[in-house]
Every structure is written in structure tokens, then in C-alpha cells.
Write a protein that binds this ligand. Structure first.
Ligand code: NDP
Length: 320
């Protein structure tokens, strides 16, 4: 009997392939592993379907010339994986031990699972500023996804913080609904691509507040405004807005793997060049958990496919 935090693995389920996470990467890995007769167990994670679940139209995924809604696309991914025998299960992997094979995983802090290979596709999550009232008012005027929540803010004044492509894209999207959109950026130049900057700068509904930081989100039950400060003049003031969008980047969901896998300083899992191999043999990583450059559904699906093929070949080598 081996144990991890008192959990008994002696009669644990044992799978050839366990996939952790169900965005485009994990579900593509599931389709490929299932079609290779590996009957993968897929642990869905806290947001089954991943980031696309919180998206509206997906217009850049090949094969859908008229676009498709993000949640619908992920349902199709799921159906395709299940059709070939992938076993999708609710739950969240809360702990792992990759020190020896079979690898050990704990689901929801209690359920032990053994795996010959693990494919990590846990994705990334939006970052927040970390203000107390920002988390208190999340869903009550604070959001990290304009495409999901923008339509709730018709004819209102809104603010978005960030200076990257996401902030530009979301600010432009919000102009469809809002009367006015403030883009708040902590420096005096954006890091977004020039074309996106130009669109933002030239939009009549958008006003950019340079060298400005958000110090507090104001409001009792709903957002009523922001406490902002100009970092050059030191001047503080209240910006009355009814919605506050945060677009300051993403954080990979890789915390539980940090004792085992090589990662960069932000927490993106490092994979070997042109493959999904991590530093631990038998553990593969794909999607936004290892990709901080492209971060697209199609590239996540591509690396998910690679991970399943890498895992299948690695298993075959072990059994040869
Ligand atoms: P980025 O990391 O590119 O930008 C994050 C922005 O948030 C930066 O301007 C940064 O400021 C600001 N920021 C970070 N932390 C804080 C903080 N604590 N307080 C205030 N501001 C903060 O993230 P994105 O999500 O915008 O983009 C990620 C990647 O995805 C990029 O490569 C981007 O090009 C790509 N992308 C491409 C799109 C497209 O091509 N259509 C659409 C969306 C994203 P600072 O500049 O000072 O560091």
C-alpha cells in the first residue's frame, strides 16, 4: 500500500492515460487517445470546456465558416471524445505524485487514481488586480471576459484595465453596448499590436487614461465606480462606471504540478522542443498550460493531438 496524505492507493482505479482538463487541448487529446483504444479517463476540472465556455462567437476556428458559439463548440468536442470511448468525469485533480510509475493523482482531495501516462491540459485563467472589492464584486459589475458579459452593460459607462491585445479587443467589443469605454493603462504606451491600438485610439466611444492605476472598485452590491490614480501627477479621483473589465493577462493553472515539472517563471510547463514531453517521462503537457505564445483554440487542439500521439508511442515503447 502506498499513501499520499493518508490516501490509500492500493485498490485505486488504474488507467493507461489520464487527461487533466477539458479545453480544446484536453478534449482533442481525448479524441486521439480514445481512437487509439487507450480508453482515456478525462478529469474535467473546475470549468469543463475551458475558456471557450466563456466566449461567444468563435470565428477563427477552421471548419466553421459562419462561426460557432464557444460553448457549442466545446459540446461538440466532448461528444466526439465520448463517441470513441473517452470517459469524461466531473472533478478536479487536487494533488499529484509523479515520483514513480504508475503516477498518482487525487481527485477532489479524496479519490485516488493511478495512471501510466498523464496528459496535462489544465489551461490558463484570467489574472485579476488582487483588490478586495474586485473579488467581492465579481459577477456584479466586475468581469474578466467582455465577450461573455459585455451585453449586460447596454448604455452604460464602462472601464477596462490593461494595455495588451486582449484589452484592445475587449474595449472595442464593449463599444457595441456601452455609451463610453475607458481604457486604463499603467504606462504611457500600449503593448498591443499597432493595428489594435489604432482602432482603440480612433474610436469615438473610447477614452484612454494613461499612467493610471486602479486602486479600488467602488460599490455596495454593484459596481458604481473606480478609485483611480494618475501615477505621474499623483492625483486621485473617482471614475463613475457601472462595469469594470480586467484584461491584464492570464496565469497557467499549473500550481499542483510545480513540485514535479519544469516550468518558466510564470508557471508555464516547459516541454521539449517539437513535442509535448515534459521533464518527467510519461507526463505530457499541451494547450495553454504550456503555451504562452499562441494561446488559440486551434493551437491548443494541435498540441492536444500531439500529446495523445506522444503518449501512445511512449506507452507502446514501454510495452515493447
Ligand atoms: P499581455 O500580457 O499581452 O498584456 C497584459 C497587459 O496588462 C499589459 O499591458 C500589462 O501592462 C497589463 N498589466 C499586467 N498586470 C497588470 C497589473 N497588475 N495592473 C495593471 N496592468 C497590468 O496579455 P493579453 O491577454 O493582452 O495578451 C496575451 C497574448 O495573447 C499576447 O501575445 C497577445 O498578443 C495575444 N492576443 C492576441 C489577440 C489577437 O491577435 N487577436 C487577441 C488577444 C490576445 P504592461 O504593458 O505595463 O506590462
Amino acid at each position: 500500500m502506498f499513501a499520499m496524505q493518508g490516501i490509500d492507493f492500493s485498490s485505486a482505479e488504474h488507467h493507461k492515460v489520464v487527461i487533466v482538463g477539458t479545453g480544446p487541448a484536453g478534449l482533442t487529446a481525448a479524441i486521439y487517445a480514445a481512437r487509439a483504444n487507450l480508453s482515456p479517463l478525462v478529469i474535467q476540472g473546475p470549468q469543463p470546456g475551458g475558456q471557450l465556455i466563456t466566449t461567444t462567437d468563435v470565428e477563427n476556428y477552421p471548419g466553421f465558416p459562419d462561426g460557432i458559439m464557444g460553448p457549442e463548440m466545446m459540446q461538440k468536442f466532448e461528444a466526439q471524445a465520448e463517441r470513441f470511448g473517452a470517459n469524461l468525469r466531473w472533478g478536479m485533480v487536487t494533488e499529484v505524485d509523479f515520483s514513480e510509475r504508475p503516477f498518482k493523482l487525487v481527485v477532489d482531495e479524496e479519490k485516488p487514481i493511478l495512471a501510466d501516462t498523464v496528459i496535462i491540459s489544465t489551461g490558463a485563467s484570467a489574472k485579476y488586480l488582487g483588490l478586495e472589492n474586485e473579488s467581492r464584486l465579481l459577477g456584479k459589475g466586475v468581469s474578466a471576459c467582455a465577450t461573455c458579459d459585455g451585453a449586460f452593460f447596454r448604455n452604460q459607462d464602462l472601464a477596462i484595465v490593461g494595455g495588451g491585445d486582449t484589452a484592445m479587443e475587449e474595449a472595442l467589443f464593449l463599444t457595441r453596448f456601452a455609451t463610453k469605454v475607458y481604457v486604463i493603462h499603467r504606462r504611457n504606451e500600449f503593448r498591443a499590436s499597432q493595428i489594435m491600438q489604432d482602432r482603440v485610439m480612433n474610436h469615438e466611444k473610447i477614452e484612454v487614461l494613461w499612467n493610471t492605476v486602479v486602486e479600488d472598485v467602488l460599490g455596495d452590491t454593484l459596481v458604481e465606480g473606480l478609485a483611480i490614480r494618475n501615477t505621474e501627477t499623483g492625483k486621485a479621483r473617482t471614475l463613475p462606471v457601472q462595469g469594470f473589465f480586467v484584461a491584464i493577462g492570464h496565469q497557467p493553472n499549473t500550481d499542483i504540478f510545480k513540485d514535479w515539472l519544469d516550468m518558466d517563471e510564470t508557471g508555464y510547463i516547459q516541454t521539449q522542443p517539437d513535442s509535448t514531453y515534459t521533464n518527467v517521462e510519461g507526463i505530457f503537457a499541451c494547450g495553454d498550460a504550456q503555451d504562452h505564445v499562441y494561446r488559440q483554440a486551434i493551437t491548443a487542439a494541435g498540441t492536444g493531438c500531439m500529446a495523445a500521439i506522444d503518449a501512445e508511442r511512449w506507452l507502446a515503447d514501454q510495452e515493447a
